[in-house]
Design a protein around this ligand. Structure first.
Ligand code: IPD
Ligand code: CA
Ligand code: CA
Length: 271
């Protein structure tokens, strides 16, 4: 199995160099939807990743964001996000990554997230731990929301019907802060690294979160949907944290979902 992580790492490093080349030259973007950007860098990176995965693992299925993958019907499936954080990338904001994860018979077994800008390679394989540039990772020790730094995301799809602003507001009033990094792969890797205590988002795609789930679980954290059900890419809604704040976060999510936010949202006229 180490061979899977090693190969994915090699491919992620190559895709990362390619993405840096485009980033330094600033590429034009096109719109795939109201808020959904895509660039030639997304497509070039996907081509590289998919071609190399096929060379190494010709029988494996590949699900890739820009559509370059294919189903082969075998037990192994790769999830590829060739550029996670395209909006940041297109604006010259240095928070984006390339990420891929491997599933075997429905279970995630390996994942990598590479941030070329900081030279940080997060890698994990089931049962062997999670690592940042070779150093073992462990989730944070914060045990209360009140002591936590959290992070969330607002998806590119169906943003107008996404209720996240209510959860964002409530938790911003309760925690040390809520970040919105713009790159789910890095956000999740930071939970595994103990730089963040928890992350959530409504409406993720499997390639956004697959590697992050392996990283967090291997670093001692917990991933579920917003109702606490074990999360294996079956739900687009993800709550991922150090495990110590999971129950409290689930309680808060339950309250907000039932319309009982603990902090009234101020109206603009109050200014
Ligand atoms: C997006 C980023 C963002 C998250 C969105 C994702 P993309 O990925 O991860 O942080 O909030 O839901 O779609 O489109 O840049 O690969
Ligand atoms: Ca993504
Ligand atoms: Ca992407």
């Amino acid at each position: 199995m180490a061979a899977f992580v090693e190969t994915a790492t090699e491919i992620a490093l190559a895709a990362g160099s390619l993405l840096r080349y485009f980033f330094e030259r600033r590429v034009r973007f096109e719109m795939k939807g109201d808020y959904d950007l895509v660039t030639e860098a997304d497509r070039a990176s996907e081509k590289l990743v998919v071609e190399r995965l096929r060379e190494h693992f010709p029988t494996h299925s590949i699900v890739a964001e820009e559509g370059g993958g294919q189903e082969t019907g075998t037990e192994y499936r790769w999830y590829v996000d060739p550029l996670d954080g395209t909006t940041n990338f297109a604006h010259g904001y240095p928070a984006w990554n390339v990420t891929m994860a491997l599933e075997k018979s429905g279970e995630l077994i390996a994942g990598v997230v590479f941030d070329p800008f900081r030279g940080e390679l997060f890698a994990a394989e089931k049962g062997s731990g999670a690592f940042l540039n070779g150093h073992r990772l462990k989730v944070s020790a914060a045990s209360r929301i009140a002591d936590s730094l959290l992070c969330t995301g607002f998806p590119n799809h169906n943003r107008k019907t996404n209720p996240n602003i209510h959860y964002f507001h409530d938790l911003a009033m309760s925690a040390h802060g809520v970040r919105r990094g713009g790159s789910a792969g890095i956000d999740l890797a930071y939970v595994a690294a103990g730089r963040l205590d928890g992350f959530w988002e409504f409406g993720l795609s499997p390639w956004d979160m697959a590697a992050g789930i392996v990283l967090i679980e291997e670093a001692g954290g917990v991933c579920s949907d917003m109702a606490g059900r074990k999360h294996f890419l079956k739900s687009p809604h993800l709550l991922a944290d150090n495990g110590l704040v999971h129950a409290e976060l689930l309680g808060v999510f339950g309250e907000i979902s039932a319309g009982r936010s603990r902090h009234a949202m101020p109206v603009p006229s109050a200014l």
